[in-house]
Design a protein around this ligand. Sequence first.
Ligand SMILES: [Ca+2]
Ligand SMILES: [Ca+2]
Length: 80
Amino acid sequence: MSRKYLAVLAALALLSPAVAEMEFGDVDKNQDGFISAEELTVMPELQQSMTDFDLDEDGQLSEEEFTKYLDAGKPAEKGG
Ligand SMILES: [Ca+2]
Ligand SMILES: [Ca+2]
């Protein structure tokens, strides 16, 4: 493992929690209770797969739909 690789890992370790701890209220900038594609520019990954989580197909993510994404993004937890 090179030093450069370790540096990249360290950078990722610093970045990842910020994304993982992103909450509905943080992303819903205009506080209308829904997350639009525009508001998802802070979460490009979700922006691209937004339609997969937009269950009622209204073009926005409700808190419930957003939570489904967060749950899906978590490391697989068996049982519970
Ligand atoms: Ca909004
Ligand atoms: Ca929706």
